[in-house]
Write a protein that binds this ligand. Sequence first.
Ligand code: UD1
Length: 340
Amino acid sequence: MKKILVTGGLGFIGSHTVVELQNEGFEVVIIDDLSNSSKTVLDGIFDITNKQPIFEKLDLKEKSSVEKFFKKHNSISGVIHFAASKAVGESVENPLLYYENNLNTLIYMLKGVLGLQESNFIFSSSCTVYGQADVMPITENAPVKPAESPYGNTKQIGEEIIADTCKVNQNLNAIALRYFNPIGAHPSGKIGELPIGIPRNLVPYITQTGVGLRDCLSVFGNDYPTPDGTCIRDYIHVVDLAKAHVIALQRLLDDKNDSNFETFNIGTGVGSSVIEVINAFENVSNQSLNYRFAPRREGDIISAYANITKANKILGWKAKSSLDDAIRSAWKWEQKIRNL
Ligand code: UD1
């Protein structure tokens, strides 16, 4: 049984990926510092898979702790590195925090991975690297645009750090997955997103409004050059996204990769407007949502959705869930955590 390290394994995407890995028979070691997650997520993972992953509470910014960890766990065959800070606004206010959290930790991880027998590495990247792309849907060859925020910059620089390291270490095999907009929760209702404070992302804001925790959703801008005037994004069910990680990892373990650093878009290929997401919520929840149009949010791009041909052809991966499926699971999760 191959042992896989998942950093940030108690977070939103990390926890769903741990479930898929365990379902596929991998032994999982989780590192998480619990800064934006909770140990109770382990119970949800156990309830779904009937397996308990190994858990180490560790702060990846502590270089010596990371070194110690890799000495102890030298039989790891692959690393999926989720642990990072992801609030765009916070990154603008505190750039050094973001460069330290997202880049120092990446460097320490890569050093650890280079010391393993099997150096396989999957990196959480983002469609944010494309900025407002000129052509839709966005292919992996679209130019990487200057980052809009320190958060976005850490994803671009992160990819560059990995690419440069791969160039001089042929035994290092890495894949960066560029996520579009992950939403939803495990269909079991046992794990899901746990935003702290007021959510900044659309779907948690909608579901919290649905349960009455928020009064009203502000739709940021209805004068964009899109069919209904609201922004368009590619919303992908987190379980589909989690499965993409397992498939990408398997590609590395089987030595099937074409080059030792590859990038893939992970989205559905379908763009949905904010209004379409609201409609999907009203449809699956059977209730109307209180919303109003508000000014545009600074830094928002008009439209971003993926061309997923590369992931489909090379990984054999495709998103299976519809927007309604994803919203339904997010709604089920929101009701569960509010004891409704
Ligand atoms: C954001 C980040 C992106 C990051 C991702 C992580 C920005 C500019 N981008 O993506 O880099 O990888 O989160 O999850 O912050 N909306 C509303 N009302 C709300 C919230 C959102 O109308 O209360 C709209 C936004 O204007 C946008 C869409 O919903 O059009 C999606 O927003 P959000 O969920 O925040 O994701 P992104 O901004 O696409």
